[in-house]
Design a protein around this ligand. Sequence first.
Ligand SMILES: [Mg+2]
Ligand SMILES: [Zn+2]
Length: 178
Amino acid sequence: MFVDRDGTINPDLKYLRDADRLEVYRGVSEGVRLLREHGFLAVCVTNQSGVERGFYTEADVDRIHGRVNEILARGGTAIDRFYYCPHAPETGCRCRKPGTLLFERASAELGISFASSAILGDRSIDIEAGEKLGMLTVLVPSRGHEEEVLRECKERGVRPDLVAPSFRAGAARLLHRG
Ligand SMILES: [Mg+2]
Ligand SMILES: [Zn+2]
């Protein structure tokens, strides 16, 4: 199970550098716990162009990911693995979503089959990456951005399989769908 980070696990604070400012949305730890209880690995794939832009370092990113897991640990769960793209869009790498390289790496390293996995994210790029790989896609627009995100999906010709109002609801619907 793939999950996005900014706007999905935590409010998107735009180029967050300081792990102490990180907050995790309500219900995320419960959603992650549900998914893992059903046998999924929780793999976070995130674009962090702030690294190449010089806004923060890879060590800062690692600290933030450590902090996410400290917070999730209070709910008895964790993200199993984080993958991030450090590049700016101009670099034209293959790992920046909607590129699929990080998903392919995760699939190879962790033995994840796309056909039986899914992606949950707040933006069209998450859904687009999932579609390219034949995964089930779950859109969870962050609060206040619902219309903008649905419009963005339409413009880019991507169609999420499910749309849910929260991470936890998205996880639950995904599992009920079988
Ligand atoms: Mg996001
Ligand atoms: Zn990249």
